[in-house]
Write a protein that binds this ligand. Sequence first.
Ligand SMILES: [Zn+2]
Ligand SMILES: [Zn+2]
Length: 337
Amino acid sequence: MSYYINATAPVAPTPEQLYANTDFSKLSWVENQWANWYLWMGNPVLATGLMSFMLHEFVYFGRCVPWIIIDAMPYFRRWKLQPDKIPTPKEQWECTKQVLFSHFTIEAPLIGLFHPIAESIGMATWQVPFPSWKLMAPQIFLFFVFEDIFHYFSHQLLHQGVFYKHIHKIHHKYSAPFGLAAEYAHPAEVLILGTGTIAGPLLYSYFMRDLHIFTVYIWITLRLFQAIDAHSGYDFPWSLQHIIPFWSGAEHHDFHHMAFVNNFSTSFRWCDWLCGTDTRYRAYRKRMDEAKRQAKAKGMSLEEFRAFENKIKAEAEAEGLKAEAAVEASADGKKID
Ligand SMILES: [Zn+2]
Ligand SMILES: [Zn+2]
């Protein structure tokens, strides 16, 4: 089936005309709701824009809620990567306000442009049925890989002098991140790093012409889960990185926030490993594993072990603060050792 719309049509078809040849009895429940939404809205541009905005809000804050609850329950501290740094309700509220502000001022207008852009590059929007899983799964995997590489290099750029000082520093406000902090960033950073999420589908659709926005929604949902979970600050025994060893997860990104250096990628560990930007992280992991071994051998109490661990963390953090100061100084043309 071709999703391509005749762009030269003099008058835009009404939603009823769009679905004139659709046999609704052959559609799944979700596909029926999808078509009903476009019919009910009566304006595909608004229908896509509003649905995209709502999806982002519901998934973002919906995914953050379990982490807020977990942060409030001391039981879960045993899996917190930096257990002494629990976000206060005030911090979480400040962060929420900032994130909402950027959603309404930057993302909402851009999302409004999404339908016209999607149609101009042949991306299906209102069309039903949806593509098969066999088509969607490899597309989503490709978007994961594209975003990871894009993010890796742009994130490194954001760690350079002026870019760090004037843009990325905001995101590094929290040395022990929490779910809500995933999108806590300067508007320019939201734009730069958001490009990595959306450019993959746009380029794919432009060249391949067989992408449905429903697939993009699944991708964005997974990407939001990835970003929020990576900022959660928790590493459970059942966390994805213990099942898929090349998955980054919270344990990888938490180090970036704590130590300022290394680990620039999002979903996968490949880029940092290949480009050698995870050497300090791996040395840190080694020290932590060694600390665990020593604690066992010496029969340390939990308190003693925590104090031992905290010493190693404090060292990594102190080195990070130095590295951050050096980056900021370089923005002013200064050099510090
Ligand atoms: Zn960073
Ligand atoms: Zn981060």
